[in-house]
Design a protein around this ligand. Structure first.
Ligand code: FMN
Length: 195
C-alpha cells in the first residue's frame, strides 16, 4: 500500500469483530508511536494497551454515559489503547509558555496518527477517542496523579466498508503565499475553485 492509499484507507472504525489482535502487530504499533517526532524530542507519552476483558469494558464505559452515547461502540473493540500525556522536558515546558503552544498535545496527535496509520497498514481498524472520563480511567489503570491522558484509540479487526471522506475542498484549506492567497488546488492543478 503506498502512502496515499494508506491515508485514504485510514478511517474512524466504530464496529469491530471479536478477532484478537496478534502480539506482533501490537509490537509494530508500539514502534510506530516510539518513532513519532515530538517537540524537543520530549516523547511525552506512554502507550497502554487494555485487553483484559473486565478492565477493557470498564475503560470503554468511561467514554460514554446514558445521555451521551456516541462512544458506546468502544465496548465492541477487542483492545483499547491509551496514550498518556506525560510532563514534557523542562525546555519544552518553557518553550510552550513563551510561545503559548501546547506542544505535548500536538505531540500526542502526531503519535496517534502514527499509531492509526500503522494499524491501517496492518489491516486493523482504529478510532481516536477524545471524549472520556479521564479520572475514572486514570483510577482504573493506576495512572499517576501528575500524568494525564491524551487520547484513547479503539483497535481491532473490522469488516466496515471504506466510507467516502467528508472534507473541505483542497482549495479552501490550502493557499500559496498568504492566508488569502491563491487556493492551493488552483495553483497545483490549474483549475479554478468554485466559491
Ligand atoms: C483528537 C480527536 C478526538 C476524537 N474523538 C472522537 C470521539 O470521542 N469519538 C468518536 O467517535 N470519534 C472521535 N474522533 C474521530 C473523528 O470524529 C474523525 O476522525 C473525523 O470525523 C473524520 O473521520 P475519519 O476519521 O473517519 O476520516 C476523534 C478524532 C480526533 C483527531
Amino acid at each position: 500500500m503506498d502512502f496515499s492509499e494508506l491515508i485514504t484507507r485510514r478511517q474512524s472504525v466504530r464496529e469491530y469483530s471479536s478477532r484478537p489482535v496478534e502480539p506482533e502487530k501490537l509490537e509494530k504499533l508500539v514502534e510506530a508511536v516510539r518513532l513519532a517526532p515530538s517537540a524537543s524530542n520530549s516523547q511525552p507519552w506512554k502507550l497502554i494497551f487494555v485487553d483484559q476483558p473486565e478492565l477493557r469494558e470498564a475503560v470503554a464505559r468511561a467514554t460514554f454515559s446514558p445521555l451521551v452515547r456516541f462512544n458506546a461502540f468502544a465496548l465492541q473493540a477487542p483492545l483499547i489503547a491509551v496514550l498518556t500525556l506525560e510532563r514534557p522536558k523542562r525546555i519544552t515546558q518553557l518553550g510552550g509558555r513563551i510561545k503559548h503552544k501546547e506542544y505535548p498535545l500536538i505531540d500526542i496527535g502526531v503519535a496517534a496518527a502514527h499509531f492509526c496509520l500503522q494499524a491501517t497498514a496492518l489491516g486493523l481498524g482504529t478510532c481516536m477517542i477524545g471524549w472520556f472520563q479521564e479520572q475514572t480511567i486514570k483510577d482504573l489503570l493506576e495512572i499517576p496523579e501528575k500524568t494525564g491522558i491524551g487520547l484513547l484509540i479503539s483497535l481491532g479487526y473490522s469488516e466496515a466498508p471504506l466510507r467516502e471522506k467528508v472534507r473541505k475542498p483542497a482549495g479552501r484549506m490550502s493557499a500559496f503565499n498568504g492566508y488569502s492567497g491563491e487556493p492551493g488546488e488552483a495553483k497545483l492543478t490549474g483549475l479554478t475553485i468554485e466559491e
